[in-house]
Design a protein around this ligand. Structure first.
Ligand SMILES: C[S@@+](CC[C@H](N)C(=O)[O-])C[C@H]1O[C@@H](n2cnc3c(N)ncnc32)[C@H](O)[C@@H]1O
Length: 340
């Protein structure tokens, strides 16, 4: 399947919603648990004044963790947070109050691809990226990381993993949205019912609608489609992830006392939200390296001249596989001599 990635504009739109990470449904907190611990272990290796460059930063989740660590450990870091899309977390982050303090100490810059950051060479002590490195060209990004790292500087990545819960949820979410909007055409059917209802103008005509065979037929078809979707909900580990979203949305469409224009607008918003979600999940699946691609990603780091110290499947809360964690470094002159 060809890689169908989101455009910078689409990412920009997404970050405007104000979540810290892409996991919007979990109440909008920053990464925690083993993910946060992984990043804190990387920050712990840094001295006062060290410079961190976070690639494909989005709304700055990892950069904000670095700033928070810096403040908590009374160790000043300089944090650059870059993304190819036009990000502006200072304005957009919903959690701005909690993050405000950390935001001040991070320099955000959009229009800065992983492959060509615009930073000076050998400026960084640590290059980081979570769910970001694999979105770009890994070969060019590895060469750029090598260029901006100081000798002895380190690189740490968390990438998607083909068997992670993130990927499984993305697949399931996509399937649910396709079932609701594609196969069962719930929004199209809802729109037909709304249009038929709209033809009734007076109160009397509205009351008579339930005796109108065409409207009733459309309503019956919609209800039958909803029932089929509900029957299939049990096959998904989290039916809220798509089916719940669409069915709750339908309730809002048919809430009492709405004008037809409001019902249509609700349908339009639901469709747009569903399309945007599907596009993002397709993007995530396209960016996720399979086993061979992950090996090649490591090979790109090595070919660029970096030493890969290790990698491991990152497990969250003791059970949820979240991705691959990778740690490496740029050799110092003495490392390079020893390797010859
Ligand atoms: C899944 S988000 C991850 C954001 C953030 N690191 C996080 O963990 O919340 C992927 C991000 O990669 C950015 N991106 C995609 N391709 C890129 C590239 N070639 N260079 C830099 N950023 C890129 C997107 O704009 C998006 O913000």
């Amino acid at each position: 399947m060809p890689r169908r990635l989101l455009t910078d504009d689409e990412w920009e739109q997404f970050w405007r919603h104000g979540s810290v990470t892409t996991f919007e449904r979990s109440g909008n907190p920053n990464y925690d648990g083993e993910i946060r611990e992984f990043w804190e272990r990387q920050f712990a290796t840094l001295r006062e004044g060290a410079r961190i460059v976070d690639l494909a930063t989005g709304n700055g989740a990892v950069a904000l963790l670095a700033a928070e660590y810096s403040a908590a450990h009374d160790r000043q870091f300089r944090v650059d947070a870059l993304d190819r899309a036009g990000i502006r977390p200072e304005k957009d982050l919903k959690e701005a109050e909690a993050a405000r303090e950390w935001l001040k100490s991070v320099r955000f810059r959009g229009g800065a691809p992983n492959e060509c950051t615009g930073l000076e060479r050998e400026c960084a002590d640590l290059v980081t990226s979570q769910y970001g490195f694999e979105y770009g060209d890994p070969s060019a990004s590895a060469r750029e990381a090598m260029r901006i790292l100081k000798p002895g500087g380190r690189i740490a990545l968390i990438t998607h993993h083909a068997n992670s819960v993130v990927v499984r949820e993305a697949r399931e979410g996509l399937e649910q949205h396709r079932l609701c909007l594609g196969r069962e055409q719930l929004l199209t059917r809802a729109r037909r019912v709304v249009d038929a209802m709209a033809s009734a103008e007076s109160d009397f005509e509205k009351r008579m609608l339930k005796h109108d065979a065409r409207t009733e037929n459309l309503r019956r078809k919609l209800n039958a489609a909803v029932a089929r979707v509900q029957q299939q909900a049990g096959q998904f580990s989290d039916p809220g992830n798509g089916i719940g979203f669409v069915l709750n949305g339908l309730q809002a469409v048919f809430a009492p006392r709405l004008q037809a224009t409001e019902r249509r607008a609700t349908i339009r918003r639901l469709r747009e939200a569903s399309d945007a979600y599907c596009r993002r999940m397709e993007d995530l699946l396209a960016a996720t390296p399979d086993a061979g691609e992950f090996d090649r990603l490591l090979e790109h780091l090595r070919s660029a001249g970096l030493i890969v110290d290790g990698w491991f499947p990152l497990v969250y809360r003791g059970e949820a596989l979240m991705g691959w964690a990778v740690a490496g470094r740029k050799p110092r002159a003495e490392d390079a001599a020893a390797m010859e």
